[in-house]
Design a protein around this ligand. Structure first.
Ligand SMILES: [Zn+2]
Length: 81
């Protein structure tokens, strides 16, 4: 038989539950940080063919338009950096 009182078992369950909630909270904070959008001119693209403006996740020089799949070139990067 395990020498543990009811209060100790209840405290253990409560401590495990708080640890579980803390892990879920940190996981959610990490997920929000990874999928967060950052607005800047280097991430804003404008398609010359369909005139669609869109934001990309990572700053690149070239990307494809999500609407018409044309290649878009960033012209603002030289001015900012
Ligand atoms: Zn386009």
């Amino acid at each position: 038989m395990i020498g543990m009182s009811f209060a100790d078992a209840l405290f253990g369950i409560l401590a495990l539950w708080l640890l579980f909630l803390a892990i879920l909270w940190l996981r959610e904070l990490n997920r929000i940080r990874n999928f967060e959008w950052h607005l800047s001119n280097s991430r804003l693209f404008h398609c010359d063919q369909c005139h669609h403006s869109f934001i990309i996740k990572e700053p690149l020089n070239l990307c494809r338009c999500p609407r018409c799949n044309a290649i878009c070139i960033s012209r603002n990067r030289r001015n900012l950096e």
